[in-house]
Design a protein around this ligand. Structure first.
Ligand SMILES: [Zn+2]
Length: 456
């Protein structure tokens, strides 16, 4: 796909990255984006009843439009007539059927709203790391809404659109065969240096660390797993950035694991601000100073299909209703991720629904021989300072393989400690095999998966 690009000299590839930057800036940041961002900044700290009022107005508009223009939703029930917005939202959603990925995948065309001109429809696909890829549709407005939430978070940390930055994400911008630096390209239009995450081998990481020190930039964004690799190399070489040299780090696209956050913050000398969004443009959550994820209530409604409940939280699959995607409205859609919603208010003071974490898909769990589904296993590795990175793979209930990258200090004592830590969470029955490797392969889209399970 990239052959023509691959044949260009580096200066030509920089020009191509810059042109792509111009295109991105115009599709992501049109006038409607700036208007929406200004609105979102105004509504961020509204009290809860006003946020519900906003959601209720959006939900009514969405349902009425869906009934009129979206074939799949023709027979959608009417909205509640309750006068309290929070009650009306609850009653309305309770009447609506749940939407699964399977139903959407098989009938995707019938979700396209007839009032959007065909030429205005942007087409895409989920990356499909597991299962079949989903066809996806959006409009310029959808994309602008999405990026308005991204930039509200960035704005809150003093970052603006003109700031220079480094990006570590899945874009193929350096030919795979290249074996000499630079493993990064320059998008001059957006003052962005794009680092290839596909060339981050032990041999090359020194070049990355050197570049990070040589470049001037205000913030960093990217996949947590890639930033973690760079951060780890910076610390190993005794070359962290001095605190305060740059403003902030923004992660997205993968679950931010506890051990990744600590290392990235230490190496870059700035705080990590995570965001949870999806390719369907159906949900947005952004991090706060308490390391919680707040639902961007103006963007949509998030329900939890409760599987587990304590005094502090409810936990289970997320069911989302998003207001941003006007081409294919998603109403009560099981997005495939799990979340833990806190019952109390967040100490940071921001009102609305707040999650302590969103941790991936149903196949991100390990199943024990007695049938328990265990998630959030990244915490196992949080205190294992001699394990660089690890992935748990499970094909049957009876056993798991832990593929891991040990560092020089990893010995029998560390192995025992790691096994104990795993046993404390998964019990004594499951068979555990530790398999040291030099590196852990990424998915085709460059993303890292902490757990891969096909056991049922
Ligand atoms: Zn908070």
């Amino acid at each position: 796909m990239n052959t023509l690009y691959d044949m260009l000299p580096v200066v030509g590839q920089n020009a191509a990255c810059t042109l792509a930057g111009v295109y991105r800036a115009y599709t992501r940041h049109p006038r409607i984006f700036h208007r929406r961002l200004a609105e979102l900044k105004r509504t961020r700290d509204l009290p809860l009843d006003e946020l519900y009022q906003l959601q209720w107005e959006q939900l009514q508009k969405m349902v009425s439009r869906a009934q009129t223009y979206v074939p799949h939703y023709r027979d959608l029930p009417e909205c509640s007539s309750a006068s309290d917005p929070s009650v009306a939202i609850r009653e309305t959603l309770d009447r609506m059927p749940l939407l699964t990925k399977e139903v959407y995948r098989e009938n995707a065309q019938s979700f396209i709203s007839a009032d959007i001109p065909k030429r205005s429809i942007l087409r895409g696909r989920t990356s499909g790391t597991t299962g079949t890829a989903l066809p996806l549709y959006a409009s310029a407005r959808t994309v602008a809404e999405e990026y308005a939430t991204v930039w509200r978070l960035r704005d809150a940390h003093g970052v603006d659109l003109q700031d220079s930055h480094l990006t570590f994400n899945g874009q193929l911008i350096v030919p795979v065969k290249q074996t000499k630096p630079p493993y990064w390209r320059n998008n001059m239009y957006q003052r962005q240096i794009l680092f290839s995450i596909y060339h981050m081998t032990t041999r090359n990481l020194g070049d990355y660390v050197g570049a990070i020190h040589d470049l001037e930039f205000s913030y960093v964004d990217g996949y947590p797993s890639a930033l973690y690799q760079a951060a780890r190399a910076m610390l190993e070489q005794g070359r962290p950035l001095e605190k305060g040299r740059m403003k902030a780090i923004f992660t997205s696209s993968e679950s931010l694991l506890a051990y990744q956050r600590e290392t990235i913050e230490e190496a870059f000398g700035a705080s990590v601000w995570d965001r949870y969004g999806t390719a369907e443009f159906a949900v947005s959550m952004t991090a706060c100073s308490e390391k919680n994820l707040h639902v961007d209530m103006e963007f949509g409604i998030v329900e939890v299909d409760v599987l587990e409940e304590t005094d502090e939280y409810v936990r289970g699959p997320l069911v989302v209703t998003g207001f941003a995607n006007d081409v294919t409205p998603f109403i009560r859609y099981r997005i495939g991720d799990y979340g833990t919603r806190l019952k109390g208010e967040c100490p940071c003071g921001r009102a609305g629904d707040v999650f302590s974490d969103v941790d991936g898909r149903s196949d991100d769990f390990v199943i024990t021989p007695d049938g328990r589904k265990i998630g959030r296993l990244d915490h196992i590795f949080k205190d294992q300072t001699t394990v660089v990175e690890a992935q748990i793979r499970q094909t049957t209930r009876e056993s798991i393989n832990i593929i891991f990258v040990p560092d020089r200090r990893f010995g029998p004592k560390e192995e025992k400690g790691l096994l104990q830590e795993v046993r404390s969470r998964l019990g004594d029955e499951i068979e555990i095999r530790l398999l040291p490797v030099e590196s852990i392969p990424r998915e085709a889209n460059g993303k890292f998966r902490a757990v891969k399970s096909v056991a049922t």
